[in-house]
Design a binder for this molecule. Structure first.
Ligand code: PMP
Length: 404
């Protein structure tokens, strides 16, 4: 039994009002709210354990290290990686993508070599490649998209040539909700001896992720989009790849020994973790994963799928609504426009009625260009949203549309 009211009790913020109206929070694609168990675990560590990890022989440092390394094991289990050596803590998806872009291009690519991305990428999976393109003269190739928001897989297969070195695509689009066929994307890339990076920022909170089954070579996600704290995320990388890549940043924690002549780097995953990690946030992330596990990621998936279906159905009641992203495989995101009402006007008026949605280009300007629009209104759902909230949202939309 999925008891959404019980779940909501873990999120006091959902009880608050804005402009005297009950808050309806539908901006979960940007960030999710945090349950009490996550906040309590972080406060408990600050209050009773706090000490820098890995370095101290003293009791607190060892306890903090156990929590931090225990969190790594929790993440390993969550995505079914083979070993904790394959779990690198980063500040988030963006940093994980930048890490791979910098280290992979540095070690594995020559001027003229190519990276394949897709039309529906977030800027964080575009700009890091462009920065490398400017530095090293690599080329970025783009998988085109069909009008329903699915990737053109035939065109994808045609993009490979002897210069292709890496594919980097999102698992789930933050605008369209499209769930990309990652196993197929990986299979085709591997047939061409090309590794694959998956941006899982929008999939890890919503659906079961098994990196071994997917067989991707790298996978990234952010804690704050899955009920964990800000400032922490994960880069999964197959050990064979992480071993081959140079460090991303230098500093403490990532070294075995240093002289002025030469530095020997630490083993995996520490080679990629320079400086004091946000060990309080890793505890919070592990707690968020426990929280997801307790509810059950498949139950969450079903609950959110029902919300998505219901929202799609009810949006049809609104004249001139255009929904962007009609893939059969779609996660809990709805992007839309109504008639010629500007997305910003719609978002601002919905806000006045207590409804938090996202408006604009959603950090995916090339996708907006492909769709021929400047932005959308986006409602994105989480495990604590309800059909009653969607009813409030639809009624508010009707009011707003009525004003124009
Ligand atoms: N990729 C996708 C698909 C996203 O939705 C986001 C966040 N909107 C990111 C990457 C970047 O995540 P972060 O800002 O947490 O690094």
């Amino acid at each position: 039994m999925y008891d959404v009211e019980e779940i909501r009790k873990q999120f006091p913020i959902l009880q608050r009002e804005v402009y005297g109206k009950p808050l309806v929070y539908l901006d979960n694609g940007a960030t999710t709210q945090k349950p009490l168990c996550v906040l309590n675990a972080m406060q408990e560590e600050y209050l009773n354990v706090n000490a820098n990890v890995h370095r101290g022989v003293h009791y607190l440092s060892q306890q903090a290290t156990e929590l931090h390394e225990g969190a790594r094991e929790t993440v390993r289990r969550f995505i079914n990686a083979r070993s904790t050596s394959e779990i690198v803590f980063t500040r988030g998806t963006t940093e994980a993508l930048n890490l791979v872009a910098a280290s992979f291009v540095d070690e594995m690519m020559q001027p003229g070599d190519e990276v394949i991305i897709s039309t529906m990428e977030h800027h964080s999976n575009i700009v890091p490649w462009q920065l490398q393109a400017a530095k090293k003269g690599i080329a970025v190739r783009v998988i085109p998209m069909h009008d329903d928001g699915t990737l053109d897989m035939e065109a994808y297969a045609q993009l490979f040539n002897e210069r292709t070195r890496l594919v980097s695509v999102c698992h789930v689009s933050n605008v369209l909700g499209t769930v990309n066929p990652v196993e197929e994307l990986v299979r085709i890339a591997h047939e061409n001896d090309v590794p694959v990076m998956i941006d899982g920022a929008q999939s890890a909170p919503h659906r079961y992720v098994d990196v071994q089954q997917m067989d991707c070579d790298f996978f990234a996600f952010s804690g704050h989009k899955m009920y964990g704290p800000t400032g922490v995320g994960v880069l999964y990388g197959k050990e064979e790849w992480l071993d081959r890549l140079p460090p991303y940043q230098g500093g403490g924690e990532m070294i075995e020994s240093v002289t002025f002549e030469k530095t020997v780097f630490q083993s995996l995953p520490f080679k990629f973790e320079a400086g004091t990690p946000d060990y309080i946030a890793t505890t919070g992330l592990a707690k968020a994963i426990d929280f997801l596990d307790e509810i059950g990621i498949n139950c969450i998936y079903e609950h959110e799928s029902e919300l998505l279906k219901y929202c799609h159905e009810r949006l049809q009641e609104i004249e001139d609504v255009r929904i962007f992203g009609q893939a059969k495989e779609k996660d809990a995101v709805v992007s839309f426009l109504v008639g010629d009402i500007h997305h910003l006007d719609m978002g601002t008026l919905l806000d006045r009625l207590g409804i938090a949605v996202r408006t604009g280009h959603h950090c995916a300007q090339p996708l907006m260009e492909r769709l021929g629009i400047s932005g959308t209104v986006r409602a994105s759902f989480a495990l604590y949203n309800t059909k009653a909230e969607i009813d409030v949202f639809i009624e508010a939309m009707k009011r707003v549309v009525g004003m124009f």
